[in-house]
Design a binder for this molecule. Sequence first.
Ligand SMILES: [Zn+2]
Length: 377
Amino acid sequence: MQTPEHGEGVVPGLAITRARKESFLSAVTTDPAGTAAGPDPAALADLAALGEAEAGPGSDGDDASGPEARAGGAGLGSRAPLRLMAIHAHPDDESSKGAATMARYAREGVDVLVVTMTGGERGDILNRAMERPEIRANLAAVRRAEMARAREILGVRQRFLGFTDSGLPEGDPLPPLPEGCFAVQPLETAAWPLVHAVRQFRPQVILGYDENGGYPHPDHVKCHQVTIEAFEAAGDPDRYSGCGEPWQPAKLYYFATFHRDRLMALHEEMLRRGLESPYGDRLDEWIDEPDKPGIEITTRVPCGDFFGIRDQALIAHATQIDPEGSWFACPREVQRAAWPTEDFHLARSVVNTERPEEDLFAGVRHDVRWTSGVSRW
Ligand SMILES: [Zn+2]
């Protein structure tokens, strides 16, 4: 692979940036029509009320009311030259996929934003210690509070985009999905708040789910679809008009979290240390599936020093994560020794980079530095 050219060889996404710098700096969206097709207005009014509390570390008290808030983009203006957006289906997903990576980049000065498509209202309580009537009766609010805590621990900003959890259908035959939930929304309706958030936040790098959603929850599959839609449409001035000034992200990655090579390395290291491994059955299943190759790893981000922060963020999602459960079956020192990275698949890119990568901003950093010298974005 070639390394990126600079000067005349302008990175396409960033060329748009330079050309539109002034309009970006004063970007205002006024199209309420889009919100009519967007997520539940009542849920988004709630979001607006939560505006400042949800703005995350370093909040400057952005006004999160009005059409921009309903579109999911309020207060998302740039706070750093490098910006990373992670797109997730439910609260807790951000802490189980790429969390140590986000913690690392946030502490290096990257502006990191998690967008959460749904409120997780239909999630089960997966930690028996939290199975109490008052928690079940207020699950949406409890999960919102858990998300706020996890966000603080990770050191990132976070926004709910206001859709309703579709739940994980069970039974044979499977029941229909609930009316109005995220997974049944038409693609443009589902993607509208995300396109708006991308155009407001202007990330160079986006993290999202692969075609299978990472696992077959309807919200995760839908999340993949809106992620692709936003990556492809956000930079196109002819699409999603009235949804903010166009912005083309440079790179899109898929999370590659629970892959075989990593589990095998953890498994072998635990056995080597005389520990009981929880991964034997899963690895046996994988051996029986030679025709299902895993996702290609293009990028391994060293982040072992942040596994402790990742674990704290997971524990903050107390209704979803049992501190005695399988998430913590492998000691952190084993993880650091055997697999001290989080891994990703570079799915789309408008910049040239050399693979394998160790940095999500490879191919982007130099251009941003170069550009920062002549502008203030
Ligand atoms: Zn999820």
